[in-house]
Write a protein that binds this ligand. Structure first.
Ligand code: G3I
Length: 300
């Protein structure tokens, strides 16, 4: 193939980008998106603060702009994210206990029902595990409602949109370490008890190198019977092109790796200000990292 999306499709995978609704009117941005990518993730527009700014009042204008852009061009849509400790609306940040649990369940039901049948994969729960060596859960208002909040979120999402793949998504899980093993143990437990989970997202916000067991880590999750997806890839540093090559080849080598999403289009679109971690420069030109990624997709 001659584009990221076409080349990934030839390998049975998607190649996506996180996008912002307000940038769709930027023709340089939209042209790259439409030419290169066959999947999108809303960078912010489907999050809890964006979709339910006051309790029970849902706001979908910006999310709908992304959905209609994607649908009209045959792009898949990753839904991001139904529940997360961050980017909660102010009213939820101050809640706890059964009131927060009910609000969470209602939020998932409403948003997943609104987009039922349109979302390829939902990040049902984002970043619920703690950093560091413990391998345990992150403290948050959601965690304090009870350790079962994650499985309740997944069961609620399954009931609302039975055909979407339901993913758990996190960062600093890009190798075999205490955090990724904590998630691995949760997935194994969910599978053994019939809690619905279909995929694990590996954000892969990387800096100049990638763990030598990156592929082995993806594979151990796949061996549990879930798909794996690279969900927010961006890579800083002088070794960038080589690391994009390694990550892309790792996904291709794991049959249950469905696809790769980069977290933005141009360097100027990145949340990592000044780090230039993406595949297109700020003028929209292809970088060396683009070429190495495309070549990796076309290899083998
Ligand atoms: O929408 C408001 C706007 O009204 C206001 O005027 C402006 C002033 O600062 O802020 C706008 O909100 C910003 C929002 O992006 C939308 O642009 C927030 O300040 C800003 O913090 C927020 O950043 C996002 C961040 O998540 C929030 O945690 C980034 O764009 C987004 O790339 C980033 O994405 C996360 C993933 O969801 C989860 N994994 C990590 C990843 C990187 O942090």
């Amino acid at each position: 193939g001659t584009t990221l999306g076409a080349s990934a499709a030839e390998r049975g995978r998607y190649f996506g980008a996180a996008i912002a609704a307000f940038k769709l009117s930027d023709s340089t941005y939209a042209n790259i998106l439409n030419r290169e990518f066959n999947s999108v993730t809303a960078e912010n527009e489907m999050k809890w603060d964006a979709t339910e700014p006051s309790q029970g009042n849902f706001s979908y204008t910006n999310a709908d702009r992304i959905v209609s852009h994607a649908q009209s061009r045959g792009m898949a849509i990753r839904g991001h994210a139904l529940v997360w400790h961050s980017q909660q609306p102010g009213w939820a940040q101050n809640m706890g206990g059964s009131a927060l649990r009910s609000a969470m369940v209602n939020h998932i039901t409403q948003v997943a029902t609104k987009y039922r049948g349109k979302i390829h994969s939902w990040d049902v729960v984002n970043e619920a595990f703690a950093d560091g060596g413990g391998g345990g859960r992150r403290d948050s208002n959601l965690q304090r409602t009870g350790n079962d909040w994650i499985e309740v979120a997944f069961r609620t999402a399954r009931a609302a949109d039975p055909n979407a793949k339901l993913c758990y998504n996190d960062y600093n899980t890009d190798g075999i370490n205490a955090k990724s093993t904590g998630i691995y143990n949760m997935v194994q437990d969910f599978k053994s008890r019939g809690v619905p989970i279909d995929c694990v997202g590996f954000q892969s916000h990387l800096s100049n190198s990638v763990s030598s067991d990156y592929q082995a880590n993806l594979q151990r999750f796949a061996n549990l019977g879930v798909d794996v997806q690279i969900t927010e890839l961006d890579i800083s540093g002088s070794n960038q092109a080589a690391v994009y090559d390694t990550v892309t080849r790792a996904c291709l080598a794991v049959s249950r790796c469905n696809g790769i999403t980069v977290w933005g289009i141009r360097d100027s679109d990145s949340w990592r200000t000044g780090q230039n971690p993406l595949l297109f420069d700020s003028s929209g030109n292809k970088k060396q990292a683009y070429t190495s990624t495309l070549n990796a997709l076309n290899s083998g």
